[in-house]
Design a protein around this ligand. Structure first.
Ligand code: NAG
Ligand code: NAG
Length: 218
């Protein structure tokens, strides 16, 4: 049973607040309070999103907050760098510069080309793709930049047999595809061209030691 004396004390304690809420000042006060609550909620959501997308092993790795990361960068043997901020690929205001073989090695990506015996430099226009093949006689290291690009790599540890990630238009990615591993680069950007370098450790590549059109859905 409620103690009437206690209820009275509670009401007395709350009365200054109730009086304040009856004043014209109450409306802007309440409004500010709810705005503050909204702000806090948005902050909490943003920080939890950020921490889930940055749970990658190497602190140099950055995932783009605007992009949905389909799989972990680790599963596609890839590291990405923000081309705009100071990073291992951009040390001053001139822009970025990198050695793909050294950067892959320093980022502990294993299975790439140990040296570039053969190099391909290319463009992929919006909506187009390159790769979707598997070389059996070379390891390959890629540098990919310029547009929002999907990178897919064969990986039998993933249920679907491959892993894929999206690279942002303001990112530079280095990825490695060991000999016998299928890979594909798809430009999913509405406007920009993807650019890439493919560095292979063999110049013996020909159609007899590669499989083509590996994935039918691309
Ligand atoms: C590819 O890399 C492996 C080790 O990761 C190496 O044994 C092989 O010689 C390399 N080159 C070719 C063409 O397979
Ligand atoms: C294709 O490459 C293999 C080595 O990987 C070589 O033995 C063969 O002669 C090449 N074929 C052609 C047509 O160049």
């Amino acid at each position: 049973m409620a103690n009437p004396r206690r209820v009275l004390i509670e009401n007395q304690r709350l009365s200054p607040l109730i009086n304040l809420l009856k004043k014209p000042l109450a409306f802007p006060l309440l409004l500010s309070f709810f705005l503050f609550l909204t702000w806090i909620t948005l902050r909490v959501q943003h920080s939890s999103h950020f921490s889930s997308s940055s749970s990658l092993p190497n602190s140099a790795l950055k995932s783009h907050p605007d992009l949905e990361i389909l799989d972990d960068d680790e599963k596609v043997n890839l590291v990405r760098f923000d081309a705009a901020s100071l990073s291992p690929v951009r040390k001053d205001d001139r822009g970025w510069l990198l050695d793909p073989v050294i950067l892959a090695r320093d980022s502990r990506l294993s299975g790439g080309a140990a040296s570039c015996l053969s190099i391909h430099v290319g463009e992929i226009r919006p909506g187009s793709l390159r790769g979707n093949h598997r070389h059996h006689a070379c390891n390959e290291t890629f540098v990919i930049w310029g547009a929002k690009t999907k990178f897919r790599l064969e990986n039998h540890k993933v249920e679907k047999g491959y892993a894929e990630v999206l690279i942002g238009d303001d990112e530079v990615a280095v990825a490695v595809s060991p000999s016998g591993t299928a890979h594909a680069l798809v430009n999913v950007d509405p406007l920009r061209s993807t650019f890439f370098i493919g560095c292979q450790d063999s110049n013996m590549q020909n159609s007899s030691n590669s499989d083509y059109k590996v994935w039918k859905d691309l």
